[in-house]
Design a protein around this ligand. Structure first.
Ligand SMILES: [Zn+2]
Length: 137
């Protein structure tokens, strides 16, 4: 936000990757495990230097950002940046997937054939439940 508005940045490139650990578990399970350790995820300091920054109750599992599909997450992140009021409308925003398996950078896609040899979804990591809805409708 600062660089786009004040330091001359005109382009943002978002790169996500296959085989990501953020695909490897369900966020609701991780939140439960933290609660089992006695951590109150509804009342936690996200940034100890900014205690007024808080999450709405029940938002923790969304906030930690686990994902079901790296391509979808990349596309939605690009759109969120494009729609964000603090990113100037003329900033170029693009998203890319680094395929760890092939050492190839490609655009995000839902085309199964184009990502057939990659671990791009949580299901490929054995995660059965869908992540808590992060992106809205
Ligand atoms: Zn990762």
């Amino acid at each position: 936000m600062l660089t786009c508005n004040f330091f001359g940045t005109t382009e943002i490139v978002i790169v996500q990757h296959t085989q990501c650990g953020m695909l490897s578990a369900n966020a609701a399970d991780l939140e439960r495990r933290l609660r089992d350790k006695g951590i109150d995820t509804d009342n936690i300091a996200l940034d100890p230097t900014l205690p007024e920054q808080t999450l709405a109750s029940g938002a923790f599992s969304k906030w930690i950002g686990m994902m079901d599909d790296v391509d979808e997450a990349c596309m939605r992140t690009v759109q969120a940046f494009k729609d964000h009021p603090l990113i100037p409308a003329d900033t170029v925003v693009s998203g890319w997937i680094w395929e760890v398996e092939t050492r190839r950078l490609r655009p995000p896609t839902f085309d199964a054939e184009k990502r057939a040899r990659t671990d791009a979804t949580a299901a490929q990591f054995g995660v059965a439940e869908k992540q808590p809805a992060r992106w809205g409708a």
